[in-house]
Design a binder for this molecule. Structure first.
Ligand SMILES: [Zn+2]
Length: 225
């Protein structure tokens, strides 16, 4: 984990690279993987999942700074409530490398591949940054076929929000019934308490957490009207 953590620190301001990682090409490879005979051509391991993430990752990846230099992955902490006769809950997190399948898609592949139409599902994601346009479309599509699933997405930062296609994606998510919110200072504390293995560390939100929250909240309001 520490090795990966160091990799995280490399500043990368190159949004082009990020954007290249956002396209659907890799997703298509994934779907066609059955037809591939050369195992070497399969994409490298790119999704990490677990119960609780490390305090280092949380403090770095969820920081709601305006410019997300070096944060070229997405962390998605999820909480799923299954409402049948009793309410059953489970939770965990997913982490992607932004090079192939993204955490949002991995959630529907690995965590909740199927929904029983007789049961209601309340799902909340706490994400380090908001979905890219490809993921927004995939999530909207997933919600279409899961009318009994309610999804709330809480994000620390808005990902490349200046891009019109990103804004379209967020609007599409809202239209699909997904609730989109910016994480408040208290949400960071909740996420720490719920999804982080503290390893002896404590968490105090950074100094400008409220100011940054208000900054992103205003932008999201404008995008969603
Ligand atoms: Zn994505």
């Amino acid at each position: 984990m520490a090795e990966k953590a160091n990799g995280q620190e490399k500043p990368t301001n190159n949004q082009e690279n990020k954007e290249n990682g956002e396209n659907g090409a890799n997703g298509a490879n994934q779907e066609n993987s059955e037809n591939q005979v050369e195992p070497m051509e399969l994409p490298p391991f790119e999704i990490i999942s677990g119960d609780r993430l490390s305090p280092f990752f949380f403090k770095f990846q969820f920081k709601n700074v305006e410019y997300s230099s070096g944060r070229n992955k997405t962390f998605l902490c999820y909480s799923v409530e299954i409402h049948s006769e009793e309410v059953e809950t489970f939770q965990g997190y997913l982490e992607d490398e932004h090079i192939s399948m993204h955490a949002e898609e991995a959630f529907f592949r690995d965590i909740l591949p199927e929904c029983n139409p007789e049961i209601r599902y309340h799902v909340t994601w706490y994400m380090s940054s908001s979905p890219c346009s490809a993921c927004a479309a995939k999530v909207a599509e997933a919600l279409k076929s899961r009318k009994n699933m309610r999804l709330t997405i809480m994000v620390a930062r808005l990902f490349m929000w200046e891009e019109p296609e990103i804004q379209d994606g967020l609007q599409l998510l809202k239209a699909s019934g997904c609730k989109l919110k910016i994480m408040k200072p208290s949400d960071f504390v909740y996420t720490w308490n719920t999804f982080v293995e503290p390893e002896g560390q404590t968490f105090t939100p950074w100094e400008d957490v409220q100011e940054n929250y208000e900054y992103y909240e205003k932008i999201l309001d404008e995008i969603l009207h």
